[in-house]
Design a protein around this ligand. Structure first.
Ligand SMILES: Cc1cc2nc3c(=O)[nH]c(=O)nc-3n(C[C@H](O)[C@H](O)[C@H](O)COP(=O)(O)OP(=O)(O)OC[C@H]3O[C@@H](n4cnc5c(N)ncnc54)[C@H](O)[C@@H]3O)c2cc1C
Length: 411
């Protein structure tokens, strides 16, 4: 039983951690408890997966990975991790269009918080969903596909619509990726040429510490059809391997230096067999409209002297817009400004300052990371939030699936 979240900044208050082994058992558990909360791999940095009642985890449910070649789709048990799904898909000749920075996270937990990778044309991972199957608050089974008006609301559902036990995900024929780093691109060069630099490859991340050098390393993940430029932003290809946090040994990172590899061994930054990132960290992330990228970067960089000493690293990524109500990229092509903070109480006032400087850009916080925005603010930047609440109230009138975190969002 896991007592804390991955980053160990949240102590779980569960009365019990329940691991159903079948769908019938899952239905019985939902029916027989007044309050339950689904939990995946507990990689969120806030209280979203906490509960003072019963936590339900689907890792022991029957394992389903069923490819439909004629539909370009896979049916998959929601409690699996991407690290379990991706190699199985690849071995059958198939792929997902994108992954987050690590493969260790559960599919349901990731989709439910709008987890994303990068790419000007790539939407977040929730947009891979074609349909979902869930257990409702009454313990009944419900299938929701893209034709259902509730679909756009409950895919990024924060665990409130029901307990999802299976997804049908969009897939494509397997492909290869080459990863190349372009070190030390100046921040001002990125600001002036944002779309061009962030569009240099299929998936691009820019890592900076906002420090006095005002530079960052650009990680480009190219598909075979793309030409790998000799230089990007005036900087040549790296001749050594990098970790997102430059002094850290890159052994845990997926291969770079342009060496071609299967999609699932390049799209994530971290290899499955290693602990991702630095471990001793807290993350925050804020989505702004991509058209405001240069100005938003400028606003954050003015806080550089306060941010840098408390930061492991910032990652800038792009996400294509979508129509999922609680997606960070809802109806706007987005820049995600991510902070991997050191574990230090001093970060919290600085996170507030970051939110303050991003407020003119109507930032949206990542649901799975640390933020301080209140329900009033959230209702101004997630235009469908009150419709979402109404739908959840209708689906779950007894509020079986809510927790303190979700109550605070919908005050
Ligand atoms: C090192 C590290 C790197 C990260 N990198 C990225 C990244 O690249 N991009 C990004 O966007 N995020 C990233 N994250 C954040 C992370 O991916 C998300 O927070 C994601 O939600 C984690 O999934 P989980 O299964 O651990 O979720 P949990 O924390 O277990 O749960 C999250 C939410 O999902 C709900 N949920 C879980 N299972 C179900 C279910 N079966 N049915 C319904 N609801 C369910 C829970 O109720 C809860 O509301 C990173 C986190 C870490 C620790």
């Amino acid at each position: 039983m896991r007592q804390q979240n991955w980053s160990k900044n949240v102590d779980f208050n569960d009365q019990a951690f329940l691991l159903p082994g079948s769908l019938v058992e899952l239905q019985d558990l939902v029916r027989s408890h007044q309050k339950v909360r689904a939990r995946g791999t507990a990689h969120c940095f806030n209280e979203i997966a906490n509960t003072s009642s019963y936590a339900i985890n689907l890792a022991k449910m029957p394992r389903v990975i069923e490819v439909s070649p004629e539909k370009n789709s896979v049916k998959v048990s929601s409690g699996l991790t991407y690290g379990e799904l991706a190699p199985a898909l690849h071995n059958q000749g198939w792929a997902l269009n994108n992954l987050a920075s690590l493969p260790h996270i559960s599919i349901a937990g990731s989709i439910s918080t709008g987890t994303h990778g990068s790419g000007m044309k790539n939407q977040n991972l929730a947009n891979q969903v074609l349909s979902l199957d869930m257990v409702t608050a009454e313990g009944d089974l419900r299938h929701v596909d893209r034709t259902n008006p509730a679909f756009k609301a409950i895919v990024v559902g924060l665990g409130l619509g029901g307990i999802v036990y299976q997804y049908e995900l969009k897939i494509e024929p397997t492909y290869e990726i080459q990863q190349v780093v372009y070190p030390e691109i100046p921040l001002d060069v990125l600001q002036r040429n944002f779309d061009q630099i962030m569009g240099a490859a299929y998936s691009v991340s820019y890592f900076t510490d906002w420090g006095s050098k005002q530079v960052g390393n650009l990680w480009c993940k190219f598909r075979k059809s793309e030409v790998i430029p000799v230089s990007v932003g005036g900087r040549a290809k790296a001749d050594k391997k990098y970790h997102p946090i430059p002094p850290v040994d890159p052994v845990a990172c997926t291969d770079q230096l342009g060496e071609s590899g299967d999609w699932h061994q390049r799209l994530s930054h971290f290899k499955l067999e290693f602990t991702p990132s630095v471990g001793e960290e807290i993350q925050s992330e804020f989505f702004v409209d991509r058209k405001d990228a240069a100005a938003a970067i400028e606003a954050v960089s003015r806080l550089g002297e306060e941010i840098t000493p408390l930061l492991w690293i910032t990652e800038l990524r792009t996400i294509a817009s979508d129509d999922l109500w609680l997606s960070g990229a809802y109806q706007r092509d987005s820049l995600a400004i991510h902070f991997t903070w050191k574990k230090d109480l001093a970060i919290y006032p600085v996170i507030k300052k970051v939110e303050a400087v991003l407020r003119p850009f109507n930032y949206r916080p990542h649901w799975g990371k640390v933020f301080t925005s209140d329900s009033k603010y959230l209702s101004t930047v997630y235009p469908k939030i009150s419709e979402f609440k109404a739908l959840v109230d209708a689906l779950d009138p007894s509020k079986k699936f809510e927790n303190i975190f979700t109550r605070s969002i919908f005050l």
